[in-house]
Structures are given as C-alpha cells and as structure tokens.
Design a protein around this ligand. Structure first.
Ligand SMILES: [Zn+2]
Ligand SMILES: [Zn+2]
Length: 256
C-alpha cells in the first residue's frame, strides 16, 4: 500500500494543510485536504473516502472535491463513516444550504456524485478492495479510527483521539500483519491541558498508547500536529525510545 500525504496537520498555515491521506491513489483517509493537493486526474481516480469524524479539518475538502468530479463519468464516490459522521456531513455541511447535497447531483455519467455508506463499529467489512474496520476512539465527538489493509499488510489510522484502548486491542489482533500506525498527535506536553480538553495526544500520552500495542512495534507515523508547535513536538518525540517514529509532511509518500 502507498500513502500520499495531501495534508497532515491539525491546523492551517501557508504550506500546512489539514488532514487528508491518499491510499493507493484510490481512497481518501479523511478529507480535510483534497483539491488543494491532488490534481484533477488524481481526484478523478478516487473511488472512496474513509472519514474518521465530522470535525471540519477532516471533511472540509469534500465540498470542493465534489465540484471537481461532477465531470467524472464513474460510479459514485463512496463516503464511508459512522452513522453520526454521515448524519453530520449530510445535515450540517452538504445540506443544501452551506453547500449542495452531492448525493442528489448527477455526474456526467448519470451517477450521483457521492454515495454515503454507514460503517458499523468493530466489524470487518470490504470497502474498495480493502478490509476495513472502524474502531471508536476517544475524542470530543463520536470518532472512529480505522484498521485498513489486505492480505498480509495492514495499517492503523487513529483518527483524532486522546488516551483510548479499543483501537490498540483490535490492532494487536492483527499481529505481524500490522505494518504501520498513523497516530494523531496535536500538542506538545507543555500544553497537555489543551490536549486533554480537546481530545488529542501529546508525546507523553502517545508513548502510553504505544505501550498498549506491545509486543507489536509497527512503524509509527505521527500526523495532526498543530503547525505552531512543530519544534516542541519534535523535541518531545525524541524522548520516546525504542520505536521507529516519523513525523509525516504534506506532499510526502510512504510505502506500507
Ligand atoms: Zn477532531
Ligand atoms: Zn482534527
């Protein structure tokens, strides 16, 4: 599997986009950034989006992406999320007021632009050729992380979360098939109170989560950093010993 980072930050600044990863050129994992970082050819190849939760930094790329793929002749792009997330996007974002409802607008092939797919928690499903499990995590609104993969290679994507348990337990069941973990981290330990109240991790609380995965030690990619704290977070991550941890950046790709 190949991941291209369209955006990996928890805030916006010039050159720093909010979270959106592109899996194998076909699936968005969160959709904070789409049209700003993928060209039109890439956007047309996207078949599905796995959405962790309804916060704006994870869905704000969907409306502009929708406009760009109206000219597509392909089947609807499937938007996967929990019932809460799908309802929120339907009722509060692309609700016919803030933005059109793109499940009611047809593309050039006569298909609706988007189709919503509700994902039940803690069940493996097939989605766009991948095995997918949504696992509830611990954020300020109902949020899921995902286990995604096929055959012998799986990845974890934490979604936005603070201290949590279920996703590490489920990931452990994958054993050696778990090759990589994309884990959110927003704040440095110095402002741990902000992380706690907004439902995010710091280097210290990340280390606590990694211990819950032991004996598994997948490659760790940290994302969702608040851009103003990059330096402090880098320093905090250096104190975590015994793991292979990388901070991803916009535009970079990695193989899993
Ligand atoms: Zn959030
Ligand atoms: Zn977020």
């Amino acid at each position: 599997m190949k991941i291209k980072t369209l955006g990996c930050y928890g805030g916006q600044m010039p050159g720093k986009n909010v979270t959106g990863l592109l899996l194998d050129g076909r699936v968005l994992i969160d959709a904070g950034t789409v049209a700003l970082a993928a060209d039109i050819g890439e956007q047309r190849k996207i078949k599905a989006a796995f959405i962790s939760h309804a916060h704006l930094d994870h869905v704000c790329g969907l409306p502009f992406y929708a406009v760009n793929v109206v000219s597509s002749k392909s089947e609807p792009v499937k938007i996967y999320g929990s019932q809460f997330t799908i309802d929120a996007v339907k009722n509060h974002l692309m609700n016919g007021v803030i933005w059109p409802d793109f499940t009611a607008i047809k593309n050039f092939g006569g298909f609706p632009v988007f189709k919503y797919e509700t994902v039940a928690p803690l069940k493996w499903i097939k989605a766009c050729g991948y095995d997918l499990m949504a696992v509830p995590v611990n954020h300020t609104i109902p949020t899921v992380g995902f286990l995604i993969g096929k055959k012998e290679r799986y990845m974890l994507y934490s979604g936005d979360t603070k201290d949590t348990d279920a996703i590490w337990l489920q990931a452990k069941k994958l054993g050696k098939k778990l090759k990589a973990a994309f884990i959110e981290l927003a704040f440095p330990d110095e402002v741990g109170f902000l992380a706690e109240s907004s439902g995010h991790l710091t280097p210290a609380t990340l280390e606590k989560q990694l211990a819950k995965l032991l004996p598994l030690k997948p490659k760790v990619y940290v994302y969702h950093i608040k851009p103003e704290y990059i330096k402090e977070i880098k320093a905090g991550l250096k104190k975590i010993r015994g793991y292979d941890i990388a901070m991803i950046d916009d535009g970079l790709s990695c193989k899993i």
